[in-house]
Design a protein around this ligand. Structure first.
Ligand code: BDR
Ligand code: CA
Length: 307
């Protein structure tokens, strides 16, 4: 089984990705960032998930804010003020560890060199900090899969071309994109292309399983938001990235390119600038996932929800 290290800001689609990971493989740790909502909520949500799954996965709290600038928006308007649809879950039993997430990333990759697949589902703050503290970290990671970016500028934030995870902490994304030799990039536009029909989703969450009931509850707020914004069908960005992490063979179309992060820009801060035409001579650092086998992706979600 391929062990995963998951950096995350749960978040409803993070939750689905984390359920998928636990259903299909071993998870070494959840390192938690601020993003969708504040760190207090994201850490608590990670602990709630570990309880739900009945696992013992250690949870490490990371950075409460981005490396440099305070972002203009979080994603509470999609995920709910508490990040989990404001359902009002009780205080989780599973405790967070004392060690900082960035230090845990460094330690775990030292203890298991070349073995861990790192899946980044939130702003890249913890990972950037870990790389600055220990520049050899990328060499010890088997593979890195990042959910982030909008490779032709069709983003999902107030800054038109930016996607949320990159737009929340562009400097962190810059550090990570420069530091890793080659990573898989699952962007927002790929997410939109891999929507599921609502009827399929309804069938999954109707299953007689605690995970299905839980996900149906936390996703209700996001679903209303999506419907209002004419997002067709069921989409889950982090779940798509997790599918690619768990099953690399699921990718049916990808292109490897140099991707840089816009750090300034009057309108474009946080954009993922892809050198589609190979004009700049930059090192190709990202394998951009364009298409996956949708049936296999759906099957992984179904199993994770116990449907
Ligand atoms: C990403 O932003 C967050 O809101 C989601 O959890 C996902 O990681 C999608 O742009
Ligand atoms: Ca996320």
């Amino acid at each position: 089984r391929l062990p995963l290290l998951i950096d995350t800001d749960p978040g409803v689609d993070d939750a689905l990705a984390i359920l998928m990971a636990h259903a299909h493989t071993d998870v070494a740790a959840l390192t938690v960032a601020a993003g969708n909502v504040g760190l207090g909520h994201t850490v608590r949500n990670a602990r709630t998930l570990v309880d739900l799954i009945g696992a013992t996965t250690p949870v490490f709290a990371g950075c409460p804010s981005p490396l440099v600038r305070t972002p203009e928006e979080d994603a509470a308007f999609v995920h709910g003020a508490d990040g989990f649809g404001d359902v009002g879950f009780p205080e989780p039993r599973h405790r967070a560890e004392a060690e900082h997430a960035a230090l845990a990333l460094i330690r775990l990759t030292r203890e298991h060199p070349g073995e861990l697949t790192l899946v980044a589902l939130g702003p890249l703050t913890n990972l950037a900090l870990a790389v600055r503290l220990d520049p050899s970290l990328p060499e010890r990671v088997k593979r890195l899969v990042i959910m982030g970016g909008a490779v032709t500028g069709r983003g999902n934030t107030g800054k038109v071309p930016a996607e949320f995870n990159i737009g929340f902490d562009p400097e962190a994304a810059h550090v990570v994109f420069e530091a890793f030799p080659l990573f898989d990039l699952v962007d927002w536009e790929a997410t939109v292309r891999h929507a599921f029909p609502d009827a399929l989703y309804d069938g999954w969450v109707a299953a007689d399983d605690a995970r299905a009931r839980f996900f149906g509850q936390i996703f209700a707020t996001a679903r209303r938001f999506n419907a209002k914004h004419e997002r067709e069908g069921f989409i889950a960005a982090d779940a798509l990235a997790m599918a690619v992490a768990l099953d690399p063979g699921i990718v049916t179309r990808a292109e490897t390119r140099h991707v840089a992060i816009e750090l300034d820009g009057r309108l474009t801060r946080g954009a993922t600038v892809v050198d589609w035409q190979d004009r700049l001579g930059g090192r190709p650092n990202a394998r951009i996932v364009l298409e996956v086998d949708q049936a296999r992706f759906g099957e992984m979600i179904r199993q994770a929800l116990g449907a």
